[in-house]
Write a protein of this length. Structure first.
Length: 79
């Protein structure tokens, strides 16, 4: 008798979430695709502006030895 009761409750436990999940899935509408894709951020400076850059080589002392390393600085300038 105990084995039958165990099998019956096990079967109900296993089958109940499946049936409930199907009912919930049938009631919810399908997800719609997004309307717009995300755009990239674009930076457009005011007219008559441009970038001025200065570059140079710098000696850097490292454990493996001294290395010649390129450096660069840029800024916006009115033209």
């Amino acid at each position: 008798m105990a084995l039958r009761l165990f099998l019956l409750t096990s079967a109900l436990f296993v089958l109940t979430p499946v049936g409930a999940g199907l009912q919930v899935a049938a009631q919810t509408p399908p997800a719609s695709p997004p309307r717009h894709a995300r755009h990239r951020i674009e930076i457009n400076p005011r007219p008559l502006l441009y970038r001025r850059c200065v570059d140079w080589y710098e000696l850097q002392h490292r454990l493996s030895g001294t290395v010649l390393y390129p450096q660069m600085r840029c800024w916006w300038v009115r033209g």
